[in-house]
Design a protein around this ligand. Structure first.
Ligand SMILES: Cc1cc2nc3c(=O)[nH]c(=O)nc-3n(C[C@H](O)[C@H](O)[C@H](O)COP(=O)(O)O)c2cc1C
Length: 364
């Protein structure tokens, strides 16, 4: 039914406009208490075997919404209503910024993929912190993902991230340093260990200075890193006692697409997400798991579409899994389908909880 609606309505609209329209509907539904309760009763996970404890928090399941959908933290309750087990807001930057000129979001329907060059359009960390402070806290785990303001030079990146951390620390259930978006010039250079060490250390210190509890800190990396660089980030995360790694962001690669090459070229620069990212994202997860041996919480994201995809990530060592692009193609019943499929797989495999399945197929 959603696919029919998608083809009839959303597919004919500009993708960014369709996003805003769909998100408005989600928020509207969630603002009506009875409707919210009803929708959540149908869509939210109920199987206690799917409950996970990760990053110091209890969650109804392992499957969350990746960063970029709710950049300004305006729709957390609506997204939880649809069955996401956690919601990562952002990327938020220290200064408000408009992002890149439109159009900047494109669908590759044949590939079940998206290309975006949004460029961290967001209201800035002061506004987002104020919104989160005013929000009634619920059981939904909220991750806060921060990035660098475009106009701030790379050499001053640490100060920019620290400013956002000061403002947002108290409102985050976990915190993510995003150094992997391809749409802010120079950002991905911060993944080099000699740049990343001072950045992550400063954010960690700032989190500790502004909160009395431990706010878990994770770094989000690109799928385009060379394998040695993935190992280097993993080693650094262990050295700095980070809580976890989120892998991966979108890719600048364009290999293996079904969509006509001329159409892809005409779209131009941006990060590719969705099904074509699946294999690389899983490889990066396996590499991280092998390198860190269960000492870090691994959050796997990239090309996740089905319960089987989520299950494979869990078996390969992910404690949490996220998705974004397939939400556009699958619609509001996506989380429900994933949770049902996960429950079945868990039972078939004879596990009593998801925690028992994390990393079991990974080579040791
Ligand atoms: C339109 C769009 C905007 C995104 N914005 C962000 C962002 O602001 N910060 C971030 O860390 N990742 C962002 N991402 C990346 C996603 O969080 C995710 O890592 C990536 O899309 C791979 O997952 P997927 O294949 O399930 O979409 C964005 C992705 C899309 C499609």
């Amino acid at each position: 039914m959603y696919k029919f609606f998608f083809n009839l309505v959303f597919r004919r609209m500009d993708p960014e406009k369709a996003h805003h329209l769909a998100f408005r509907w989600i928020r509207l539904a969630a603002s009506i208490p009875l409707l919210r309760t009803l929708v959540a009763a149908v869509l939210a996970p109920r199987d206690p075997a799917l409950r996970v404890r990760a990053l110091g928090h209890e969650m109804p399941g392992p499957f969350g919404l990746a960063a970029g959908f709710d950049k300004n933290a305006v729709g957390i309750d609506g997204l939880a209503m649809l069955g996401f087990d956690h919601v990562e807001i952002g990327t938020v930057t220290a200064q408000p910024q408009p992002g890149n000129p439109q159009p900047r979001l494109f669908r590759l329907v044949e590939d079940r993929a998206l290309i975006n060059r949004m460029g961290f359009n967001n209201e800035g960390s002061a506004a987002v912190a104020a919104r989160l402070a005013a929000r009634r806290r619920t059981a939904t785990v909220v991750g806060v993902n921060i990035g660098k303001t475009k106009v701030v030079p790379e050499a001053e990146a640490v100060g920019d991230y620290v400013t956002s951390t000061e403002r947002l620390a108290r409102h985050a259930d976990y915190f993510v340093v995003n150094v992997s978006s391809p749409n802010t010039p120079g950002l991905r250079n911060l993944q080099a260990v000699d740049q990343l060490r001072p950045l992550l250390s400063a954010v960690r210190e700032t989190l500790d200075a502004h909160t009395s509890t431990h706010v878990p800190l994770l770094v989000k990396i690109a799928p385009d890193l060379a394998d040695d660089d993935i190992d280097a980030v993993a080693d650094l995360a262990l050295e700095l006692r980070l809580d976890g790694i989120i892998a991966t962001n979108t890719t600048i690669g364009r290999e293996g697409l079904l969509t006509d090459r001329a159409k892809v070229d005409a779209i131009g620069a941006g990060g590719l997400s969705g099904a074509p990212l699946k294999a690389r994202s899983l490889d990066v997860l396996k590499r991280l798991h092998a390198r860190t041996g269960g000492q870090l919480t691994l959050v796997s994201v990239g090309g996740v579409e089905t319960a089987q995809d989520v299950w494979e990530r869990i078996l390969a060592g992910a404690s949490l899994v996220q998705g974004y692009s397939a939400f556009i193609y699958e619609g509001p019943f996506w989380c429900r389908k994933i949770h049902k499929g996960l429950s079945a797989r868990l039972r078939n495999a004879g596990y009593r909880s998801l925690a028992e399945a994390v990393g079991v197929t990974a080579p040791h």
